[in-house]
Design a protein around this ligand. Structure first.
Ligand code: HEC
Length: 181
């Protein structure tokens, strides 16, 4: 059979069907595209709308973010930026620590009074200390602070540790006197 002699009616029906199908698909696609456009516009209005962010604040924020790291000044040019201010932390007051009587004795007195070097009365020797304590504890403290040369030898002021406070020396004398009784 000659293909050119096909009944014309069959061919037309087929074309019509195809055309209808295509129109439907294009229509649906167009609708989806339109819907997407509307949704996108709505969302962008909600999140990036000009009315939600103050335009001035926004520009200030952007200018701050992109401002140059430093500036170059030529000699003679006026300094445009304020000189950097250096902040120093407030220093806490130094903690004042005082040594106890036994601590002072161990660090400043023991060298002589531990073994009696140079005639120093030995710690804990009641016989050596009794006549000295009898003079009164205040005199002993005064001599320990200011130094003293007696018949037995030389007692240097504060045992040579003039960095110690009077109170620390007094505490050490109290300790030595207590050890002797
Ligand atoms: C370099 C040695 C030396 C050191 C260190 C030393 N002393 Fe003496 N001290 C002596 C001597 C020596 C005497 C005896 C002096 C005397 O009676 O002739 C003495 C005597 C004393 C007396 C008796 C004073 C009196 O009137 O009888 C006291 C109290 C005393 N010392 C306290 C101290 C204390 C407290 C220290 C430590 C902070 C100290 N000494 C460190 C050598 C020392």
């Amino acid at each position: 059979m000659d293909p050119c002699n096909l009944p014309r009616s069959i061919d037309l029906k087929h074309d019509q069907k195809l055309f209808n199908m295509k129109s439907l698909v294009i229509g649906v696609l167009a609708f989806v595209a339109l819907a997407a456009l509307v949704v996108a516009t709505k969302v962008s209005d909600l999140t990036q709308g000009v009315d939600t962010i103050d335009a001035h604040d926004y520009q200030v924020a952007v200018a701050d973010r992109i401002r140059p790291f430093g500036q170059v000044y030529m000699p003679g040019e006026e300094l445009q930026a304020a000189a950097p201010t250096v902040e120093t932390a407030e220093e806490p007051a130094p903690v004042v620590t005082a040594l106890s009587g036994p601590q002072v004795y161990n660090t400043a007195c023991l060298a002589c009074h531990g073994t009696g070097i140079g005639g120093a009365p030995i710690l804990g020797d009641a016989a050596m200390w009794a006549p000295r304590i009898a003079q009164g504890i205040d005199l002993l403290k005064d001599r320990a602070i200011n130094g003293y040369t007696g018949s037995a030898g030389h007692m240097p002021p504060k045992g040579g540790r003039i960095d110690l406070s009077d109170q620390e020396i007094n505490d050490a004398v109290d300790y030595m006197a207590a050890e002797a009784t």
